[in-house]
Design a protein around this ligand. Sequence first.
Ligand code: ATP
Ligand code: MG
Length: 268
Amino acid sequence: MTPVEDNCNNVVFLIKEAHDVTEHKRREAELTRLNDQLTTSNRELEQFAYVASHDLQEPLRKITSYAQLLLEDAENLNPDARRDIDVVIDGAERLKVLVGDLLTFSRVTTLGRPLSLVDANECLQAALENLELTIQESNSVIKCDTFPAVVADAGQLTRLFQNLISNAIKYCDEARPTVHIGNRVVDSQVECFVKDNGLGIEPRYFDKVFEIFQRLHGRTAYSGTGIGLAICKRIVERFGGRIWVDSDGKSGTTFYFTLNMDSQGAQA
Ligand SMILES: Nc1ncnc2c1ncn2[C@@H]1O[C@H](COP(=O)(O)OP(=O)(O)OP(=O)(O)O)[C@@H](O)[C@H]1O
Ligand SMILES: [Mg+2]
C-alpha cells in the first residue's frame, strides 16, 4: 500500500483503491470470457449430438436393410457367413436404438415446448397408459397420489414419469412390483417421488446413474441403453428443479424430483 499525502499532509489511499477496482474489473472480464466460451462450447456439443444422432439414422437403416437383403438373396451362404451377417444386423439395430435415444436426449432442450402451468395428474395418467402393457405383463401394482398443477412442458413431464416408472418395474425381481408415485408440497415447490420395491441402488452409484450411457445392470438381464435417467435429469433441470435418488442398496429405490408450482425459478 502506497500512502499518498495531500497539500495539508493528510494521508490518502487513492492508489490502492484504484488498483483494487482494476483487479476486480479484470477478474470480471475473465469470468465473462470463460462463461461465453463455455456457452459456445455447450452449444457446439449440443449441435454435434443432434447432427450426429440425426444424420446417423439413415446410414444405419441402410446397413440393416442391405444386410437383411444379403441374407435373403444369398441362399447358398454358409452358416458361418450367415452368423456374421446376423452379428452385423444385431450391432446396427443396437446402434439405431442408441442413436435414437441420443436424439431424444438432445431434443429435450432443442425441441422443448414453452413451460406453462400443467395438470401433473394428466401427465402421470398418460405415462401409465403408455406403460399399460408393461404394467399388465409384470403384474405391477401402481399407487398414485393426487398432484397439484406444476410448471412444466406436458410432453416432457409425461416422459419423466414414464422413464422413472418403467425403471421401477424393470429393475425389480418381485412377483408383484409395487410402485408408489406421490408428492408433498414444500414451500412453493412440489417434491415428487417414485418409490419401488425393486433391486435397490448402492449409495456409491447415486450420481453415476444420472450420467448418460451409465448402467449398473447387464444388458442381457435387463434391456436398455442407460439414457433414461440422463433424460429425466435434463427435463427436471429445464423445469428449474432437481432430481436425486435414495436407496439402502437392497430393498427398493425412491427417485425424488422437485417441480415449481408457479413460474418463478423456471427456465424456458
Ligand atoms: N428403480 C431402479 N432400481 C434399481 N436400479 C435402477 C433403477 N432405475 C435405474 N437403475 C439403474 O440405473 C441405470 C441407469 O438407468 P437408465 O434409466 O438411465 O437406463 P436404462 O434403464 O438402463 O436404459 P434406458 O435408456 O432404456 O432407460 C440402470 O441401468 C439401472 O442399472
Ligand atoms: Mg431406464
